[in-house]
Design a protein around this ligand. Structure first.
Ligand code: EPU
Length: 294
């Protein structure tokens, strides 16, 4: 086991947004044993920590993070006929394309989603009519007492971009997905990726969609209808291709992005009386105490 806590590591290099100041400490873990050891050390020190995967839905503060960032690099995968047991640090996109190449259907939508398997389960990531919960059978979770627990999908309540893990203390370790044999899943993958390239700023630095959709209307359409495409604050810009993306155009700061979020929320609220809720997870530099909340 080789564990190395690094000091003052720039978080911008650990997110798809390329935004974020230094973490007080950062450590990469390659196995469950390493993760358990790190959590034990941090719990003893009573240090604040966050576990991240590929940083695709995260917005770190310009000041950074006053605690330890644990980067999940647990990367195992095991196929058993149509089932796949995969670690939470594994690339969700790679899992999608590999399962399609094997002739399996169920995870085609994952191809092109830049997060990790753990992140996809945590956020119940989705595209088209599919969500991560759909092909899921089981999740293995490391609870706050350092014990591994298995959760059957049937006992987990998922909804749009929500999973029970958002309210639980611990770390998603691995997942078992159940897929189906299908004649041409690769064709489906290709068309999903083609559509994404055509309608989303696929090449730009972003966190994916910034706001959650409403049940009856897409946030992108609402923002577009308010004429906000192309609007810029500092280095952050509302994408011209898809209005629910704020792209990091030119060394955007977290502050630029948060200001643009507030501006969009205000404009949409004034014109439609709808308060858009963010999908991106903003991580403040220090824990916001209840007494400091407005
Ligand atoms: N639209 C506009 N203007 C825009 C963007 C969209 O008029 O700037 C219209 C489109 O023309 C379409 C409708 O709004 O009629 C819906 O747009 P789209 O199909 O692009 O889907 P979306 O609802 O904006 C959702 C997910 C995406 C996912 C796509 C494709 C959310 C917030 N977004 O977007 O997920 O990739 O469907 O399946 O649920 C993400 O969660 O990060 C994400 C990118």
């Amino acid at each position: 086991m080789h564990l190395q806590f690094k000091d003052n590591v720039l978080l911008k290099n650990y997110t798809t947004y390329f935004v974020g100041g230094p973490a007080k400490k950062l450590i990469e873990v390659q196995s469950v044993e390493e993760l358990k050891t790190v959590l034990k050390i941090l719990n003893e020190q009573d240090d604040r920590y966050i576990v991240i995967g590929k940083g695709s839905n995260l917005l770190f503060d310009d000041q950074g993070y006053d605690g330890t960032v644990i980067v999940n690099k647990i990367n195992k995968i095991k196929w058993n006929e149509t089932q796949v047991d995969v670690s939470s640090g594994y690339s969700f996109s790679l899992l999608g394309s590999q399962s399609a190449r094997k002739g399996f259907s169920g995870l085609e939508f994952a191809a092109g989603i830049p997060g990790s398997v753990g992140g996809a389960i945590f956020m119940n990531a989705g595209a088209g009519q599919m969500e991560t919960k759909d092909p899921l059978l089981k999740v293995t979770f490391l609870n706050e007492d350092g014990k591994l627990e298995d959760y059957n999908r049937k006992n987990l309540k998922f909804s749009y971009r929500k999973s029970p893990f958002q309210e639980m203390k611990g770390v998603i370790i691995s997942a078992l997905f159940d897929l189906k044999k299908y004649e041409n899943p690769l064709k489906k993958v290709k068309s999903i990726i083609k559509q994404r390239i055509e309608t989303q700023p696929y090449q730009s630095k972003s966190c994916g969609c910034i706001f959650q959709n409403l049940e009856y209307i897409s946030a992108g359409r609402l923002i577009d209808d308010c004429g906000l495409k192309g609007l810029k604050i500092g280095g952050a810009r509302v994408s011209d291709r898809h209005a629910n993306f704020i792209v990091n155009d030119d060394n955007a700061t977290c502050e630029n992005i948060l200001d643009l979020i507030k501006y969009i929320q205000t404009k949409v609220y004034i014109s439609r009386n709808i308060l858009l809720e963010t999908e991106v997870r903003y991580i403040p530099y220090q824990e916001i105490k209840n007494s400091d909340k407005i």
